[in-house]
Design a protein around this ligand. Sequence first.
Ligand code: PHE
Length: 449
Amino acid sequence: MTTQRSQWASRIGFVLAASGSSIGLGNIWKFPYVAGKNGGGAFVLVYLLAILLVGIPIMMAEFYLGREGGKDAIGTFARLAGKRSPWCLVGWAGVAAAFILLSFYAVVAGWCFDYVLKSACGALTLVSAGEIASLFGELLSSPGQMIFWQTAFLLATGLIVSRGIQNGIERWSKIFMPILFLLLFYLFLHGLFSSGAAQAAHFLFFPDFTSLTSMGLLEAVGHAFFTLSLGAGVMITYGSYLDRQADLFSMAVKVTSLDTLVALLAGMAIFPVVFSAGLDPAAGPGLVFQTIPIVFSTAPMGGLLAILFFLLLAFAALSSSISMLEVTVAWLVDEKRWSRVKATSLLCCGAFILGLPSVFSFNLLQHWTPVGSLTFFDFCDRLVTSYMLPLGGLAVALYSGWFLKRSATQQLANLHCSASWVYPAWHFLIRYIAPMAVASVFIQQLMTS
Ligand code: PHE
């Protein structure tokens, strides 16, 4: 029995869903922190260049592969390269990366849910910095609380994905994404009128190359990858629901622009408050959960702002986790002929179980370091973001730049596409620049770990 494969109902739905995947904790929580750690402006400039020269070409390649293969990440490589081809491993690695990512992403995203509730109950209003820090510490030291929120987050993700492409992912992205932009813009304006605005703008946009190490340079390329959800089969899977007429270049430009805009808006929303409150821009993972509530606890309408902020973060995380789950669900639905509901339920349970040691990494098992000095949570993060995603992206670039026939990829240009320079530029970037940039990130990570 062959059933009609689902498709996006509209192009804008696709753009919002793909943007929803790329815009996540990476933009709002990680980008400001990594930029802060690497001195700001120069890092931001390199990151923007990496988005332009590496991110856009690889995203186009992933969309293209998905649309040509018309299947999940594994099925796409099997169809294009042959069932027994080693390229199928790229699909497998993508599915595995998405699954592991989901397991620990749900843990951090669960904190956002908790903070929505905390701020709604007024627990973050008019309390001292010390009390806010201990609230965060309390959450981390309570496996029960963390498991509760991790479960709630996975349930929300599963519910949306089980409803399918048009009714689930597309419909919810259309709701989430505009709310997210509105909330972020509001916070951006709030930041703009606070006393730290000028210092924040200088920090983010004035490139001081003396503060950028070679390591920071490569980190900027790596972050471009993570934030655009490349290398995990996400854009291949989403591309497979795309119609043949879609202009992949303009789609990729729209998605990367929205993602970049959100990261910059988030930076301009967070850093002014960091500076006006005299906080450390490189405070790290605790930045969002420990320092932002401190700022909001005393700001006018701070209670409301805190709710808005954590809602925004939860929305962003949800639209990213949806895409991680979809990569794995699509595989079971396409290859194993499972029903969507069955595949979603099983994978959510699996992600829950795999996520448990990540929950315990902050409490019961905080001294258990299975690899080097890394806790289980840190290990999963390192494995996926430093190795699996860059390797997956590298493979996609090599496959589409060197192994696919020009006559095949040329369709990228023929299809109602943009200007005549687009294809040659894409081909050059995907063949030479993208692989070299990604390979250097990977080699650097191997050498420093
Ligand atoms: N891009 C997402 C973020 O910024 C993370 C992600 C990576 C999602 C890879 C899917 C695949 O948070």
